[in-house]
Design a binder for this molecule. Sequence first.
Ligand code: NIG
Ligand code: FE
Length: 416
Amino acid sequence: MRTLFTRISGLAGCWDSPPALLKGSEMADIPILRNAWLCTEGPSIHSFGLMDELDEELRNSCDEWIDLNGQWVLPAFVDSHTHIVFARTREREFVHRISGLSYEEIARQGGGILNSAKVLRETPEDELFASAMERLTEMIGTGTAAVEIKSGYGLSMESELKMLRVIKSIERFSPIPIRATFLGAHAIPSEFKNDRSGYIDHLIGEMLPVIADEELADFMDVFCDRGFFTQEETERLLEAGARYGLRPKIHANELDFSGGIQAGVKYGALSVDHLECTGDEEISLLLKSETMPTLLPSTAFFLGMEDPPARKMMDSGLPLALASDHNPGSSPSGSMPFVWSLACIRLKMKPEEALAAATLNSAYAMGMEEELGSISPGKRASFLITRPADELAYFPYAFATDWIESVWIDGVPVEN
Ligand code: NIG
Ligand code: FE
């Protein structure tokens, strides 16, 4: 079955031979065809081009024609960092923060991640599955076509395995691809409060072998930051993960210059994420690596934190990816359109740069760049059709506006 979309006002992120990722100044240069057509074949992109050059033979070979007068087609978003399996929202902490407590103070008082762990341990798998699927469905509706999901609210063998199994079930039933990340090192659970190294031994000696044996995770993560895990502890964990073939994607340098970027680069992390605290040393290490620096602007926005130096990072030649960090504590939203707006408004990324970061570079950050992240022949036909707009910049500019008309996943429009 072939479908032809005609008179597309702007077809963005379209390459015949797409690069794996875009760095520095390349990010502003994503291709945009004005007055274009797009042809899908079954679940894949078949071809695209300019309306003036649309071939009669191709037109006649299509089974369906959809005329998009004034509308744009954009590659669907890829969300390479989320925590959407959780038992309960944490709006009470939100109110505490409004009254002046910091995220770290709340965590020290047993709130935060430990609060989520306490409730998750008591919640059955089917409930976790159902609520995560609801979040996922909402994210697909706002244009997301692949999601990475982390464990890390279990913090015990039993509950981490429970979370990872829920993620595996989501993967089975989800209309979009899912990747699972083991984040047992998200916080030190209360049982190990006075025995940090005992918990790390437990993660390495007991949890990792079972998770690897049951193939429950694609990646591993550590929250390498002040008050959570040190650089040394992170390196011990990543070294052990490497023995099981688990590539790192880690939380780094959100609250302080934690050494997380150093640890991630040393162990060949696919991505290092957050990065509010990034200086010259970290930038030069990243420049020599294949690690994708990933920014999570809705987290810094929600926690009222200083933003990472995105402009400086790109001007130094680094690639950047963007993700939602959807989680109950620091980013209770999986809206990638909002992330796109925040990246422009707060990180001073140009609309084209931020779109590249939220699509192609985010696909790279979860190992999916061959399938998603651009409009390219052979890739999945997962894209957004927008409401009519003159310029690409309209979309991040019109923040919190519902400018998406329809979301297509693998060649099929998603029912809303
Ligand atoms: O990415 N920074 C660490 N983990 C999550 C927050 C987890 C939570 O507060 O529940 C994050 O922001
Ligand atoms: Fe996170």
